[in-house]
Design a protein around this ligand. Structure first.
Ligand code: SF4
Length: 253
């Protein structure tokens, strides 16, 4: 049993999840992405793992690989209430195309919105607080009860993602980053090989797509995430900073 093995792993520093992640990183060295996903979804965390997707610019690749091994894997989509209409339509198209059967929307708590974002302009005044209410708290609630989750982050996206491991501990939960080592060219090649539709905003110059007010086009030569929260120091929404420490009872802030 993997968790028992994890307790015996040499990198165990009193944190079973960290030891478990270290064991998985060792096990999955040189594994194909499809095999990693098959193992984590159908065996290692069977029934206790969810995939989190923004249905953004590159999301279709991870979703396609996951659907090929487990179309019933729970897929959590954070519907912040600020998402592009084209993303919602793209989500529906991809879900139908891949035959995903368990796509769940994680939405902000109405009471938190009524208390902290009455004019819907919190994103402009306090984007960190807006992300906390509209993204981090909903995801923390949606993941409660899961032992692990799958993210689509890649190392080439730079910034805080440059050292991304395939498996990492997040409190007592494990986070799997199956595409960590993929390049942008790998993603494009996979999408073309399988004739998967591209998010419609990519052709319009958007290369990392999140909420409408906080996403801009990216110029040639810019990092693809330069279009997110443009003009601010902010580079991440916070869902990768540690959900375990987050409240799951409603407010999340
Ligand atoms: S990305 Fe912008 S609109 Fe979306 S939750 Fe964060 S601050 Fe709010």
């Amino acid at each position: 049993m993997a968790l028992l093995e994890a307790f015996a792993a040499p990198l165990d520093e009193g944190n079973p999840a960290a030891a478990h992640a270290a064991l998985l990183n060792e096990r999955y060295t040189n594994w194909r992405t499809q095999d990693v996903l098959d193992d984590v979804i159908n065996r290692e965390f069977d029934g206790n793992i969810a995939l989190v997707s923004s249905f953004g610019a590159n999301s279709v690749v991870l979703l396609h690989v996951a659907a090929s091994v487990a179309p019933n894997v729970p897929v959590i989509f954070i519907d912040t209430g600020k998402i592009f209409g084209s993303t919602l339509r793209y989500r529906d198209e991809i879900v139908a195309r891949l035959g995903l059967t368990d796509v769940r929307a994680a939405r902000p708590d109405p009471t938190a919105l009524a208390t902290h974002d009455t004019d819907s302009g919190l994103w402009l005044r306090e984007p960190d607080k807006c992300c906390a209410i509209r993204k981090v708290a909903p995801l923390a609630r949606a993941l409660s009860g899961f032992d692990a989750w799958i993210s689509g982050r890649k190392r080439y996206q730079a910034g805080m993602r440059a050292e991304l491991p395939l498996a990492e501990a997040e409190g007592e939960r494990i986070k799997i980053n199956p595409l960590a080592g993929w390049s942008r060219e790998d993603l494009d090649a996979y999408r073309k090989l399988h004739e998967l539709p591209e998010h419609p905003l990519v052709a319009d110059g958007f290369r990392s797509i999140g909420c409408m007010p906080c996403t801009t086009r990216v110029a040639e030569g810019e990092d693809e995430r330069d279009g997110r929260w443009r003009g601010r120091d902010k580079t991440e929404c916070g869902i990768h900073f540690g959900l375990a420490a987050f409240e799951t009872d409603g407010s999340g802030i």
